[in-house]
Design a protein around this ligand. Structure first.
Ligand SMILES: Nc1ncnc2c1ncn2[C@@H]1O[C@H](COP(=O)(O)OP(=O)(O)O)[C@@H](O)[C@H]1O
Ligand SMILES: [Mg+2]
Length: 144
């Protein structure tokens, strides 16, 4: 998952919003760790379960890693200033987007992770042209 994230990272363009779906322990944070490493982050990637969001200023851009698992109410995203985070120059990786339903803007691409034996199966769908472009590049990446 880390290795995949590192390769996938190179495809992410500024302004991309990515949702990560999947049960607890499926590897959403692990995938984010790979994406952030791929973008040049060298330290640890802690799960922002309590802080809700962790910012990363990297050579490859500004990333925000969200984990909304502990969000009590989607309205709390307004107090967090969610719209200021999801701007055109940043890349947002959002775990548990379901918790922000109604307030959270839609994603360009949504990845879903589920278990298959000891492995993981990744599926995705897109909501925007930017997401579609990303999915095309992802398919190409997986074929090479
Ligand atoms: N192929 C895999 N991809 C990701 N995680 C895996 C895989 N196989 C086992 N794991 C384990 O599953 C757990 C995933 O945890 P985490 O990334 O925090 O999940 P989530 O953020 O979805 O709750 C880790 O303990 C990791 O070691
Ligand atoms: Mg997690």
């Amino acid at each position: 998952m880390v290795a995949f994230g590192e390769r996938f990272s190179a495809l992410l363009k500024p302004g991309t919003v990515l949702f990560l779906h999947g049960d607890l322990g499926m590897g959403k944070t692990t995938l984010c760790r790979g994406i952030l490493r791929g973008a040049g982050h060298q330290g640890a990637v802690k799960s922002p379960t309590y802080t809700l969001v962790e910012p990363y200023e990297l050579s490859r851009g500004r990333f925000y890693h969200f984990d909304l698992y502990r969000l009590g109410d989607p309205e709390e995203l307004e107090y967090l200033g969610i719209r200021d985070y999801l701007d055109e120059s940043s890349i947002s990786l959002i775990e548990w987007p379901e918790k922000g339903a109604g307030i959270l803007p839609s994603a360009d691409i949504e990845l879903n992770i589920r278990a298959q034996g000891t492995g993981r199966v990744l599926t995705w769908h897109t909501n925007t042209e930017k997401g579609e472009q990303l999915a095309d590049n992802l398919t190409e990446l997986l074929l090479t």
